[in-house]
Design a protein around this ligand. Structure first.
Ligand code: FAD
Length: 375
C-alpha cells in the first residue's frame, strides 16, 4: 500500500474565485500565487492593513532553520531553494521592497547556495500583491463563520454580511477557533521584538545576527531591532522584562554591557502559530469524520485491509503554522498549495506535500492504540 493513500490529493478547484482569510505573510503569498495562476482573489483581514498582526514587525530575518533534524532540514532547504529565486524575480518585476539586505546572517547555519539577510515583511507582502490583477481587498473585515454551500463556501462577516466564493484558504494564524475547523495541533507562541536607538550601542551591527533564539537587525534609519523572547501563550501587550532580555542578548552578542533603558524606543508583540513537529501545515482541510471512521483500525497496521483514499472538505484549504520563519517559508508554501489546488503537483514537491500535510496529526493519533491516543 503506497503511503500516498493517506495523503491522496484533494480534487482540483471547482471555480475561479478564492477567498483568502488572513492577510499576513501566509495570506499575501497565497493571494499572489493564486493571482499568478489566474484565479480571482478576495483577500480578507480583520486588520485595517495587510500584515497588520504577527507579520507586522518592522523587519525580520530570512534564514533557514537548519538543525540537523532531517525533516526540518528538508523543509527549510526546499523553502530556501524556492525563496531566493522568487525574491530575485519579484525585485525584477515589482516595486522593490525598499528595506532589505541579503548580506548574510551571522551565526546562522545557511545553505551554501544562499545568503540570508533581512527584510521588512509588510513591504514584501505589498510587493507580491502589487503584481496581482484580479485582487479584491476586504480589510477591516472579520469572518465569523464559514459554511459549505452547493458550489463553494459562504462566508459571514462581523457585520452580518454574507458572500460566496468557490474556495477558501485559511491563513489566519493561530486564531482558527471561530471558524470551527479542527486545528487542535496549532499552538500559540508569544514573542516580542524591541526597537533600540542604534546610537546607544557601543558599535553598530555590521550584519544581522542570530544566536540562541535571539537576533538583531540594524535598520537604515538608526534603529536596531532585537528579539525575540518566546513563550508558549498568546501575546499580550509588550512587557518591560522582555525588552530587557532582548537588550541583554543584543549586548552579549556585541560583547558589551547592556545599554541604558532609555535606549529603548518601542516594542511590538505577536503570536506565532506553531505545530508539535515545528513544521507548517499546507493542503486541503481533511474531512475529520471520514478520517476517524475510514482509518479507525489503522493502529492494527497498514496491511490490515484495503484503505480508501483520503477525503477533504471540498474547496477548503489551509496554510498555517509558520512558526518563527514565516518570511522564508510563505512563498514556498503558497507555491505548493496553489499547485495542489490546480491539480498540478510537481513530482519533486511530493515529499514536501506529505511532510506538511494537514492530516498528519490525525494519522499519528489513529496509528496509536485507542487507549494511547491523546485527547
Ligand atoms: C516577535 C516575533 C518575531 C519574529 N521574527 C521573525 C523573523 O525574524 N523572521 C521570520 O521569518 N519570521 C519571524 N516571526 C514569525 C513571523 O512573524 C510569522 O511566521 C508570520 O507572521 C506568520 O504569518 P501568518 O500570515 O501565518 O500569520 P499572521 O501575520 O498572524 O496573519 C494572520 C492574519 O489573519 C487575520 N485574521 C485572523 N482571524 C481572522 C478572521 N476570522 N477574519 C479575518 N482575518 C482574520 C489576522 O488579523 C492576521 O492579519 C516572528 C514572530 C514574532 C512573534
Amino acid at each position: 500500500m503506497p503511503e500516498a493513500v493517506w495523503f491522496a490529493d484533494p480534487p482540483p478547484l471547482r471555480g475561479p474565485r478564492v477567498a483568502v482569510i488572513g492577510a499576513g505573510l501566509a495570506g499575501c503569498a497565497t493571494a499572489a500565487h493564486l493571482c499568478r495562476a489566474g484565479f480571482g482573489v478576495s483577500l480578507i483581514d480583520s486588520a485595517a492593513e495587510i500584515a497588520g498582526a504577527t507579520s507586522g514587525n518592522r523587519a525580520g530575518l530570512v534564514n533557514p532553520r537548519l538543525t540537523g533534524e532531517p525533516n526540518l532540514d528538508r523543509y527549510y532547504r526546499a523553502a530556501a531553494d524556492y525563496f531566493f529565486p522568487y525574491f530575485a524575480d519579484l525585485c525584477a518585476r515589482a516595486p522593490v521592497p525598499p528595506e532589505y539586505a541579503f548580506d548574510g546572517v551571522d551565526g546562522s547555519k545557511q545553505q551554501d547556495a544562499h545568503t540570508g539577510g533581512w527584510l521588512a515583511p509588510r513591504s514584501f507582502c505589498r510587493a507580491q500583491l502589487s503584481l496581482c490583477s484580479d485582487l479584491h481587498y476586504r480589510l477591516n473585515t472579520t469572518i465569523t463563520s464559514i459554511r459549505a454551500v452547493d458550489r463553494g463556501w459562504q462566508l459571514l462577516t462581523q457585520d452580518g454580511a454574507l458572500f460566496e466564493t468557490d474556495a477558501v484558504v485559511l491563513t489566519q494564524g493561530y486564531r482558527t477557533a471561530p471558524l470551527q475547523i479542527d486545528t487542535h495541533y496549532l499552538r500559540p507562541h508569544a514573542g516580542q521584538v524591541t526597537l533600540v536607538d542604534s546610537a546607544a550601542l557601543p558599535r553598530p551591527l555590521a550584519r544581522p545576527f542570530s544566536r540562541q533564539r535571539h537576533y538583531g537587525i540594524s535598520l537604515p534609519d538608526g534603529v536596531t531591532l532585537c528579539g525575540a523572547v518566546n513563550r508558549r501563550a498568546e501575546a499580550g501587550p509588550p512587557q518591560a522584562q522582555a525588552d530587557l532580555q532582548n537588550l541583554a542578548a543584543l549586548a552579549a552578542y556585541l560583547g558589551a554591557d547592556s545599554p541604558p533603558d532609555s535606549a529603548i524606543l518601542g516594542a511590538r508583540t505577536g503570536t506565532r502559530a506553531t505545530t508539535p513537529d515545528h513544521l507548517p501545515v499546507v493542503g486541503g482541510v481533511p474531512d475529520e469524520d471520514f478520517f476517524a471512521s475510514a482509518y479507525a483500525m489503522l493502529h492494527h497496521g497498514k496491511r490490515h485491509r484495503q484503505w480508501p483514499p483520503a477525503r477533504y472538505l471540498p474547496g477548503l484549504y489551509i496554510l498555517n503554522g509558520l512558526g518563527s520563519h514565516g518570511i522564508l517559508g510563505s512563498p514556498f508554501l503558497a507555491h505548493l498549495l496553489v499547485n495542489l489546488m490546480r491539480g498540478n503537483v510537481k513530482q519533486d514537491t511530493r515529499d514536501a506535500i506529505h511532510l506538511l500535510h494537514p492530516a498528519r496529526f490525525i494519522l499519528r493519533q489513529l496509528r496509536r492504540k485507542p487507549a494511547d491516543r491523546k485527547s
